[in-house]
Design a protein around this ligand. Structure first.
Ligand code: BG6
Ligand code: MG
Ligand code: MG
Length: 220
């Protein structure tokens, strides 16, 4: 029995995953190196400082904590230049219809994002107030793949973990969902999201009824 949907934000509801990628590459390029799309998959769902540390390790760049904070702030301001141009048209295809079906089905909803910019993004795309609970980067101490963000979401909704479906585009997010004891729906491709319980390319061609039937079948 499923009673709650927990949605990741970046790359699931809006296409900000591409903005993070652009801004981090701009920072890496400014330090004289680059990184691939494959490496970028390992950054998705990971907090700002953890992402920075992974990128600096890749480029073998050693910096003081103070210098790291400056770089993280620079990346964030490049990222915000892109976010500030967002409008409701930047909600990914199928998301609005899927959320409407979710409400009609009486399923509770939470946002589960490690981004500190989540409230700003929700405002830019007109989604503030749409979720029964919002857990963002300001409310957690451990980034995905730690399950904290989803456990807090389920707790705020008062729904047991086993009754939750997590919607995730990140490898780290799928791991977080599984560690939380939840059904993990991957948004993307099965070759990347290998640990997901089910993978769909986007929410565009999925209905709530189809998803619940698939979960029922998977759980036997
Ligand atoms: C996650 C993204 O949602 O938020 C990561 O998938 C990002 O790429 C993380 O690093 C932290 O975001 P922010 O907006 O706080 O820098
Ligand atoms: Mg994501
Ligand atoms: Mg996220």
């Amino acid at each position: 029995m499923i009673n709650a949907f927990l949605f990741d934000l970046d790359g699931v509801l809006v296409d900000t995953a591409g903005f993070h990628y652009q801004a981090w590459r701009r920072m890496a390029n400014s330090l004289g190196f680059d990184f691939t799309h494959e490496f970028n998959e390992t950054l998705k769902g990971v907090s700002r400082m953890d992402s920075l540390n992974r990128i600096l390790d890749l480029g073998r760049v050693k910096l003081s904590e103070e210098q790291k904070l400056i770089l993280a702030a620079q990346k964030n301001s490049w990222y915000l230049e892109l976010v500030n141009q967002m409008t409701p048209a930047d909600i990914l295809p199928g998301v609005n219809a899927f959320l409407e079906q979710t409400k009609r089905a009486g399923i509770r909803t939470a946002l589960g994002s490690v981004s500190k910019n989540a409230p700003l993004i929700l405002e830019r795309v007109g989604m503030t107030g749409l979720f029964d609970a919002v857990i963002d980067g300001t409310k957690i101490t451990n980034s995905k793949p730690d399950p904290e963000v989803f456990l807090k979401g389920a707790d705020e909704l008062n729904v047991p973990a086993a009754q939750c479906i997590v919607f995730e585009d990140a490898v780290a997010g799928i791991e977080a969902a599984k560690r939380a004891g939840m059904f993990a729906l991957g948004i993307g491709t099965p070759d990347v999201l290998t640990e997901a319980d089910l993978v769909v390319p986007s929410l565009e061609h999925l209905t709530v009824a189809e998803l619940l039937a698939a979960v029922d079948k998977a759980q036997g």
